[in-house]
Design a binder for this molecule. Structure first.
Ligand SMILES: [Zn+2]
Length: 152
């Protein structure tokens, strides 16, 4: 399958470069469309949508921001979250115009821990993109589904 020009531009933005020194694709060589489709199928098999998961992460992000750098308790104490290193903004590599805070949100839930960035929340919500396999900030859909089910 030939990549269309838009996909090519997107792939270049997702590779290591100006936006992110490590890029968003890790060692994943699949076309971006295929990465998104595979993750979407996994989320839908769990009865959820990527938009729902992204909105949920955005909720955690907003609550963590309110706490500045201290830990906040959410969903009846089932989850705690803390925002670290707020430092400028990064534009969305999908070129939608969104700019997200460069921060890391640390979440503790059901005896586990995960980290995500506001950009991850945005990309999952709006573009169904969890990053490529092997990328430092890739979020496995199964982990986000677990977090979601722990909270709700
Ligand atoms: Zn975007």
């Amino acid at each position: 399958m030939q990549e269309n020009p838009e996909d090519k531009i997107l792939r270049e933005r997702l590779l290591p470069g100006q936006l992110s020194p490590k890029g968003f694709l890790g060692t994943d060589e699949r076309p971006v469309e295929e990465i998104i489709a595979a993750d979407q199928a996994e989320v839908e098999a769990a009865g959820l949508t990527t938009r729902q998961l992204g909105e949920f992460l955005e909720e955690i992000h907003k609550a963590a921001d309110q706490g500045w750098e201290s830990t906040v308790s959410l969903y009846d104490g089932k989850i705690t979250a803390r925002s670290l290193e707020v430092n400028g903004k990064i534009p969305c590599p999908f070129g939608c115009g969104a700019k997200c805070h460069k921060a890391v949100i640390e979440v503790n839930f059901c005896g586990k821990k995960l980290q995500f960035t506001p950009l991850d929340a945005h990309m999952i919500q709006e573009h169904g993109f969890f990053e490529g396999k092997g990328s430092d900030y890739r979020l496995a859909p199964k982990d986000i589904i677990e977090l979601y089910n722990c909270a709700k």
